[in-house]
Design a protein. Structure first.
Length: 356
């Protein structure tokens, strides 16, 4: 029979053997680093990546031409949107929603009309604008280390590539010496698109240097009428199939090639197509001629368009207006809370009168 000491020695040997195997597995599992300039994989996501966002808060359409699914919540909740989390207590969210209702209801008649909702939407949209301005100040300081108030394309390029995992000092030296950069095809394509956007944000007289205001237009084109036009051109270019610089309904609702692989995937996308069709026919195509021009798309994309805000207010009211009085009562907003906040509140009717 094995002694206790021999058993412990055997167990220790087994542990060391397993540890050695796991270490070998870890070494072989690590991705190879094929570029001397890189400190981490190029596709890793850096939280400080200074890149124009695809998702623009308070704007109805994304940069890639997709509808902003969170738009209703963004223009109803503003900064409070993050507070309405899925795991939050329904009772707490209910109280928050009641407070918002009282703020929107400026005439205190216990119901919200289209004009009140329009004012609120404009206020929340402006709130998103101010957040973007503050964020821009932080990013601008990061790419303008010498503090001269201007950023060159090369300065931005260095910071962008550094955020993608490249060695900042080596990249800066290579750019300074006009040496070739070994950049993967995907990153190069992103850089080319960014450079086009950079030129568009460079207001006359063009000097290829962006000040803080121009840099804001670069990161957030919704803040600039000129950049808004450029964003519309990009969307038209991506969706326009016959090259006439206009969009038909079929072009607007068509899915990218290869998106739908089978009938099951097609069924999943039916709601997507339905939403886009409704938005095209009822909102974007202002004169209802079946064609969306660049001008119509630009007006639709403008987040500070008061007519759009009023139209949006009416749509939001119509979703929950069960008694058809063209106003929203508190009970209706609570019942349709998922539409307005993304959070479904339970037992709304039982608690509404005792809490408000």
């Amino acid at each position: 029979m094995m002694s206790r000491q021999a058993f412990l020695c055997s167990l220790g040997s087994l542990y060391l053997s397993l540890l050695f195997v796991f270490l070998l597995m870890d070494v072989y599992a690590r991705p190879a680093n094929n570029s001397a300039l890189k400190e981490k994989p190029a596709d890793s996501k850096d939280e400080n990546e200074i890149l124009p966002p695809d998702h623009l808060n308070g704007v109805k359409m994304e940069m890639d031409g997709h509808l902003n699914k969170e738009f209703h919540q963004e223009v109803f909740l503003g900064k409070e949107m993050e507070e309405f989390e899925e795991d939050s207590e329904p009772r707490k969210n209910r109280k928050k929603l009641m407070v918002i209702f009282s703020k929107v209801d400026i005439n205190n008649d216990k119901k919200i009309g289209a004009k009140e909702m329009q004012r609120w939407i404009m206020e929340k949209t402006d709130e998103h604008f101010q957040e973007a301005v503050e964020e821009n100040k932080m990013h601008f300081r990061a790419v303008d280390p010498d503090g001269d108030g201007h950023v060159s394309w090369d300065e931005y390029k260095v910071k962008f590539l550094a955020s993608k995992g490249f060695n900042e000092k080596e990249i800066a030296e290579k750019i300074r010496n006009n040496e070739e950069l070994k950049i993967d095809e995907e990153t190069q394509e992103v850089l080319d698109n960014l450079k086009d956007r950079w030129y568009q944000a460079d207001n006359p007289p063009p000097d290829l240097l962006l000040n803080e205001e121009e840099f804001l237009s670069f990161l957030h084109p919704e803040h600039s009428r000129g950049m808004l036009k450029f964003m519309v051109k990009e969307i038209i270019r991506d969706l326009d199939q016959d090259g006439d610089k206009k969009l038909t309904l079929s072009e607007f609702i068509s899915l990218p090639v290869g998106t739908v692989e089978n009938q099951q995937a097609q069924d999943i996308d039916d709601d997507w197509v339905k939403d886009r069709r409704k938005e095209f026919e009822e909102v974007i195509d202002a004169n209802h001629d079946g064609i969306v021009t660049m001008e119509e798309l630009e007006e639709y994309m403008d987040p500070m368009n008061e007519y759009n805000a009023l139209n949006e207010a009416k749509q939001m009211i119509a979703v929950a207006d069960e008694n058809q009085n063209h106003h929203l009562e508190l009970e209706e907003i609570l019942k349709y809370s998922e539409y307005f906040t993304g959070s479904k509140l339970m037992d709304y009717a039982r608690n509404v009168h005792e809490e408000f």
